[in-house]
Design a protein around this ligand. Structure first.
Ligand code: NAD
Length: 542
């Protein structure tokens, strides 16, 4: 089946060509479409890729009944309703790295332009003047540069600072000490500490609830007299009114802004005429190289998401970190078995009359801790299989949908579990059931525990394997009768694992079978003397 991709806005050819080269992808490039036209066309597409001009609203996402992926050829996703996409199970993919260098280079270009009055110098020359004596500038060397947010762009700014003989201090509570060591930057313990010791403060954080208005009147008041403030991240992080006052009062020596609370910046906006400002119209990423990089980055990721189901680069799937070279590939088998363990627990509880799962708890072996959020999503997916009637149930929205159904989700690690093992517990009103499983790359995924019973059964055979879980009294003859019932129904046994707690007590059989087993077969199994329960789990594709 071919997937249809709509490309709006100007996405670089090199990226688009990458999609066109795939026989299973049909690509349509259109200019930025008016909203009504976009709403009308969107139901026909599996993916949409754009830049910032196209707003991806809840209405658009809901209308896109086939939509699986939204791609943004740029860093931010603030033009996309991320919560709506996540709830609908639509992957949102951006291109976080492609324009890093472009922004870092603009920082130095703009900063030196401000310090050396380059715009005025150039204009005066064009106008026939020779204003040499009026253009006394200052140098970067010896100044302290305070970088708020030492991620990709902040890091590139820091790296280049050393070439200018600049002393670097950074503030970023979300990165480890080692990041500062690599960047040869001092770590400021607080934002205030950074503001108080910097001659130039530059912001390189995303716009979040925490960073909106982060540099307000109080913070500007903490900055050194004559200091310079730079915002090339997002409008709204710096309070415009407070900045204007500080520029006019002379408390700040200047400002460099590439981003604004309102874009385009209104023609009569007071920032345009403020003293000592260098303004540019959000051109941080506007280099040919950056546009090519972000287009290639996002198109590759959208291609992989559609063709191979690799959603690892979506911003709305759980983050995975750990010692693995390719974390998502390394985690795929254990995520598969997690999903199946949850589906088995869910099916057994359902046969016991539990309609609502109140709590899902996932425990994983310690070495899997970096992937626990993704594993929790896989468990939620398994617990919702056959419960949620949505074609869009996937790793992206499983947690949201589970919580929306009142399921409490919890995740932790357990040193008691052997390596590559997970344990999923589902709790209903009266009872709780735990199912454990193990899987590694290249080996068949196996369930290792169902309730109190130790088992060892393959749950990965065939494209849509089926597992039958029986409980019976541990008396002679049951296994033979079960075999006969399955044989008569034409159901082939792939693996049969019998477990018991004590001789003559309760026993459990985990039977992996080829092909489908239905409700009629379940009734026949239940009719066997001494069989107490029978659950059939037809796994959805993992
Ligand atoms: P990044 O995710 O690599 O780095 C952001 C850093 O900010 C992270 O290290 C994070 O820990 C830190 N951070 C988050 N909240 C913080 C807080 N409250 N205080 C201090 N640090 C905090 O992102 P990046 O690629 O470096 O991009 C940074 C921002 O630059 C983007 O979010 C985007 O908004 C902006 N950007 C602008 C342009 C432009 O055209 N002007 C182009 C590209 C990116």
């Amino acid at each position: 089946m071919a997937y249809r991709i709509l490309i709006t806005d100007q996405v670089d050819r090199e990226g688009v060509a990458l999609l066109e080269a795939e026989p299973d992808l049909v690509v349509e490039e259109v200019p930025t479409l008016p909203v009504p036209e976009l709403l009308e066309r969107i139901p026909d597409y599996d993916a949409i890729i754009g830049r910032s001009a196209t707003r991806i609203t809840r209405e658009l996402l809901e209308k896109g009944r086939r939509l699986r992926v939204v791609g943004r050829a740029g860093v931010g996703v603030d033009n996309i309703d991320l919560a709506a996409a996540t709830a609908l199970g639509i992957a949102v993919i951006n291109a976080p790295a492609g324009n890093t260098v472009a922004v870092a280079e603009l920082f130095y270009g703009a900063m030196i332009s401000l310090l050396r009055h380059l715009p005025r110098a150039a204009t005066s020359m064009r106008e026939g003047r020779w204003d040499r004596s009026k253009l006394l500038g200052s140098e970067l060397r010896g100044r302290t540069l305070g970088i708020v947010g030492v991620g990709r762009i902040g890091g590139e700014v820091a790296t280049r600072a050393h070439a200018f003989g600049v002393d670097v201090v950074g503030y970023d509570p979300y990165v480890p000490e080692s990041r500062f060591e690599v960047l040869r930057a001092r770590r400021a313990p607080t934002l205030d500490a950074l503001l108080e010791q910097s001659d130039i403060v530059t912001i390189h954080t995303p716009l979040t609830d925490e960073t909106r208005g982060m540099i307000g009147r109080r913070e500007i008041g903490r900055m050194r007299p004559g200091a310079i403030l730079v915002n090339m991240a997002r409008g709204g992080i710096v309070d415009d009114a407070a900045l204007l006052d500080a520029l006019h009062s002379g408390h700040l020596g200047g400002a460099v802004l590439d981003v604004f609370s309102t874009e385009p910046l209104p023609a009569d906006h007071p920032l345009r005429s403020a003293p000592n400002v260098f303004l540019s119209p959000h051109i941080g990423a506007s280099t040919a190289e950056a546009q090519r990089n972000v287009a290639v980055e996002v198109c590759e990721a959208v291609r992989d998401a559609l063709l191979t189901g690799d959603f690892s680069r979506a911003v709305n799937v759980a983050a995975v970190e750990g010692p693995w070279h390719d974390p998502w590939r390394a985690l795929r088998p254990i995520m598969g078995v997690t999903r199946r363990a949850a589906a088995v627990a869910r099916a057994i509880l359902a046969d016991q009359g539990v309609t609502a799962v109140q709590r899902l708890t996932l425990r994983c072996a310690p070495e899997l801790a970096g992937g626990r959020e993704a594993l929790l999503a896989a468990a939620a997916l398994g617990a919702l299989e056959d419960v949620v009637e949505t074609e869009r149930l996937n790793l992206i929205n499983a947690r949201t949908l589970a919580e929306a159904r009142g399921m409490e989700l919890a995740v932790g690690e357990s040193a008691q579990l052997p390596p590559s093992t997970v344990e999923v517990s589902l709790r209903g009103a009266m009872q709780e059931l735990t199912v454990a499983g193990t899987a590694t790359v290249g080996a068949a995924p196996r369930l290792t525990r169902i309730g109190a019973f130790r088992v060892d059964v393959n749950v990965g055979g065939g494209p849509r394997p089926t597992l039958i879980v029986l409980t019976n009294r541990d008396v002679p003859g049951v296994i033979g009768r079960v075999g006969t019932v399955l044989g008569d129904a034409g159901v082939n046994i792939a693996e049969y694992h019998q477990a018991r707690l004590s001789e003559g007590g309760e026993a459990l059989a985990a039977i992996a079978v080829d092909g489908k087993a239905d409700a009629a077969l379940r009734q026949k199994l239940l009719a066997i003397p001494d069989v107490k329960s029978a659950t059939i789990v037809c796994f959805a594709d993992a």
